[in-house]
Design a protein around this ligand. Structure first.
Ligand SMILES: [Fe+2]
Length: 163
């Protein structure tokens, strides 16, 4: 769930995204990693509202972690989707590539000292990542649910996939 503007929230507890049913896929590993993304996004957001000094230290470090984790998670997710023969796999892969490309482009611009507003960046990042989770990841979670209903896939099979 996307939170309204964080004005008035303090830098220790502020959140711009909270975990909600919209993001649930029903696949434990994926839900765990998505929750981790919620936590990293909020951490990044808090770094934004800590003030100028934090931007050079906490924010930079948090941004690196966020980008690394997005890539790590996308790779794991694709391995899983491939293993369960998700029919939309090629499309999903392309969407991940576009997303990572957009994120890296924004990071590059920031490094080059181009106009960069951390708060706006975090909001954009949140919209990209959680928009993808709520819409595109939901599609594969429905596929998984259907396969399970049809007896073509079991939780045990899913949980034994090495990603
Ligand atoms: Fe995805």
């Amino acid at each position: 769930m996307i939170k309204k503007d964080g004005i008035g929230q303090n830098a220790q507890t502020a959140e711009i995204v909270v975990w909600g049913h919209t993001y649930e896929t029903g696949i434990p590993l994926i839900d765990f990693q998505h929750k981790e993304l919620v936590s990293l996004t909020n951490h990044l957001y808090r770094a934004c509202i800590m003030g100028e000094d934090a931007l050079q230290t906490v924010f930079k470090e948090a941004m690196g972690r966020m980008v690394d984790y997005v890539r790590f998670h996308f790779t794991a997710e694709l391995k899983l989707l491939e293993a369960i023969h998700y029919p939309e796999f090629p499309n999903h892969k392309k969407m991940h590539e576009t997303l990572v490309g957009n994120i890296l482009e924004a990071v590059k611009e920031q490094k080059e000292g181009k106009k960069f507003v951390p708060n706006n960046f975090v909001r954009t990042l949140r919209d990209w990542v959680f928009g993808h989770i709520a819409i595109e990841d939901r599609k594969y979670s429905l596929y998984v649910a259907k396969q399970k209903r049809l007896g073509l896939l079991t939780d045990q099979q899913i949980n034994s996939i090495k990603v």
